[in-house]
Design a binder for this molecule. Structure first.
Ligand SMILES: *Cc1c(COP(=O)(O)O)cnc(C)c1O
Length: 438
């Protein structure tokens, strides 16, 4: 397939976090199957990204494809206003059965960022309904990432997020320090006191606390102590602040538990899901909430929740998600993720001896090499392709989160490539560019 019109792409198509005046190299993919991406020139790459956390069962999974094609023959789309359908109901039942029992209501949307917007809007409407209209601000953590739309951006890290670009257009929010204690280590009374001070000083304005449980993803690639979550849950209860857990990256097994909040044994008032929800086959997101939140919203001035995406609960996407959750329900992911974790720990262990490597971290099916300096993605990307793998570093992070179905031999190819590149950067540091999420 040499008829790919790269020059059209270069001139006219935006890519994530791209520059159309000096576009970076892109690679045409013609097919994706299991854990392999096939390029237009016939080369095959082992995928280390799951296409940004999403494709957990591998690409083109036969059960998800057949659920989608059956659904497509019957009902590929219909508006959700005033209408319902079986795929939305089935998926809703599956979601409520697998999440904590206090979550009873599901709002479907198209993407993770919108699921976050919906959760934030729900929290604001809830406090209006409760007669506490001053509670309109979000508390969040530095180094967090919650998406690229405006409300989502307002709770991303103020430095690495886009606050300096859009300062005047963003709602000012309340930021607590990023968690510093790693996963599996206890936090100190000083950490607790620091968090409590923020609540004590701001709770009259705080509608909700929104965080990524256990793993700060795109903003930090850092796994933190479950104690933070336990303390945040207690403080949210004490100071009447809703807790929004953004599990868009961590949900559906990625950190070794079905949901990352299970590491801390806590419940969210609102839960955002996306990315792996459809096994990465089509876009869909969901915001779950408790009876209490739904009741508060119904007591607000409009009495209805003011949101309704055109493609809400798209049947095709619901069918894909339903099939993906049936695969999750077999429980196979548990063994797969545990084996990936073990292998990542073993094979990345000696990489931190390279001089440009600051730290190596592994949790569940996520392996991270943090470099001492930001890497140049547009230089490293072709190098990884040369090595036969698809790995897309950003900022200081060379990381993978492969499909759970990856074979041990394929995973070794990925960790070898990561090690090779980290060592090459240690011998001859490449010029760095500005960190970005892409
Ligand atoms: C990716 C991500 C989002 C945004 O999801 P999109 O589907 O890209 O809008 C929000 N929160 C977290 C934690 C994410 O990883």
């Amino acid at each position: 397939m040499s008829n790919i019109d790269y020059s059209f792409d270069k001139q006219h198509l935006w890519h994530p976090y791209s520059n159309l005046s000096e576009p970076a190299q892109v690679f045409a993919v013609t097919k994706a199957q299991d854990c392999l991406l096939t390029l237009a020139d016939g080369r095959q790459l082992i995928d280390g990204t799951s296409s940004w956390w999403a494709c957990v069962h591998g690409y083109s999974h036969p059960q998800i494809l057949s659920a989608m094609s059956a659904q497509m023959q019957q009902l590929s789309h219909v508006m959700f206003g005033g209408i319902t359908h079986e795929p939305a109901i089935r998926l809703g039942k599956q979601l409520l059965a697998m999440t904590s029992p206090n979550l009873t209501k599901v709002f479907y949307s198209d993407s993770g960022s919108v699921a976050v917007e919906v959760a934030m809007k729900m929290a604001l409407q809830y406090w209006q309904g409760k007669g506490k209209p001053t509670k309109q601000q979000m508390l969040t953590l530095k180094r967090g990432y919650h998406g690229d739309t405006f409300a989502a951006m307002s709770v991303c890290d103020p430095d690495t997020g886009m606050h300096n670009l859009f300062n005047h257009a963003l709602t000012p929010q309340c930021f607590a320090d990023a968690p510093r204690v790693p996963f599996n280590e206890p936090i100190t009374p000083a950490d607790v006191a620091a968090l409590e001070t923020v609540f004590a000083n701001h709770h009259h304005e705080l509608a909700a606390c929104i965080i990524e449980p256990i793993m700060q993803g795109a903003g930090a690639m850092f796994f933190y102590s479950a104690d933070y979550l336990k303390v945040l849950r207690q403080l949210c209860d004490k100071y009447e602040v809703l807790l929004i857990l953004d599990e868009i990256a961590t949900g559906f097994g990625r950190t070794g538990k079905l949901f990352a909040y299970e590491h801390a044994d806590i419940e969210a008032d609102l839960l955002c899901l996306g990315k792996a929800l459809t096994g990465g086959h089509i876009s869909l997101a969901a915001t779950l909430c408790s009876d209490e939140v739904a009741l508060g919203i119904s007591q607000s001035s409009t009495s209805v929740f003011m949101h309704g995406p055109t493609f809400m609960a798209n049947p095709l996407a619901c069918a894909a998600a339903s099939a993906s959750l049936s695969l999750i329900a077999t429980g196979q992911w548990q063994t797969q993720v545990a084996m990936i974790e073990q292998q990542l720990k073993a094979e990345l262990a000696d990489v931190d001896s390279a001089s440009a490597v600051k730290a190596v971290r592994v949790l569940g099916a996520v392996g991270v090499i943090e470099m001492t300096h930001a890497v140049n993605t547009s230089l490293l990307q072709p190098r990884f392709v040369e090595l036969g793998v698809w790995v897309r570093p950003f900022g200081r992070y060379i990381y993978i989160m492969p499909p759970y179905t990856i074979s041990s031999a394929q995973l070794s190819r990925l960790t070898q490539a990561m090690g090779i590149v980290a060592r090459e950067l240690s011998v001859q540091p490449l010029p760095s560019d500005t960190p970005c999420h892409g």
